[in-house]
Design a binder for this molecule. Sequence first.
Ligand code: FAD
Length: 277
Amino acid sequence: MNTTELSIEFFPPQTAEGAEKLRTVHARLAELKPAFFSVTYGAGGSTRERTFATVKEIAASGSEAAPHLSCIGSTRDSIRAILQEYADAGIRRIVALRGDLPSGVGDAGEFRYANELVEFIRNETGKRFRIEVAAYPEWHPQARCPQDDLLAFKRKADAGADSAITQYFYNIDAYLHFVDSARAMGVTIPIVPGIMPIASFSKLARFSDACGTELPRWMRKKFEAYGDDAESIRAFGLDVVTSLCEKLLATGVPGLHFYSMNQAGLTTEICKRLKLA
Ligand code: FAD
């Protein structure tokens, strides 16, 4: 029996066509029976309405939906109002984040770090929501040093987070080391690896630079050699990510969280190869 808990991430679509496409993608991915679908939240609340609309639609279709909620640039009152909206809509799980302010936006608001948001959610709503937080096996790009980043992660667990989802990575040792280090500090919450299927190498390279994920040289060189050959990139990407997931599953990870990028094909194919479909 398959006991690995899957979760799948979407971003809120910007257009009516995007929303229609996401309905089809969600229906396909729902066949994988994930524990929940999460929906990202734009910096400073820029997608507040669209995140809410997407979450409500997913929940109405019978899947569990978990909104991401970032606190940077927000007031306590505005976060309180959002929590109330989600509670009224029957939502039971939230991915609590600090987020990043868009450049040029000066006002950081009333929260500085995600642990303050976790504490606020717990104080305001008790055990109403299951709270997920972010973790960074290759360290958050702004962290002063690995030890500080681990302490920041521990503060989120101590504030009441139930579980964590990691930034994506392709170096399994980084994840295993992070989990060992967190356990050595007394952090016991599940740390679910975030998995990024590879559709386009150039996009992945740009994104990885920004979020601090290392693309191993052996992978990078091979992808670069494929040039514009989208079929080879897809095939190699599927092999790489499936193999990473196989190794992670062999270590007994509590689940896999797929960054689907609102596409069904790669996530479905990887799960099929892993016999999780
Ligand atoms: P924090 O845990 O607050 O950490 C941020 C930085 O501050 C780290 O470098 C940490 O070491 C440091 N820090 C923490 N506490 C202290 C302290 N007391 N003193 C000094 N330094 C401290 N972004 C979005 O905008 N929308 C999303 O929907 C979204 N979803 C995400 C989902 C996942 C699973 C992940 C991994 C990331 C997601 N992000 C999202 C990106 C995230 O918002 C950014 O990485 C952001 O920069 C950090 O958010 P955090 O919640 O990890 O912050």
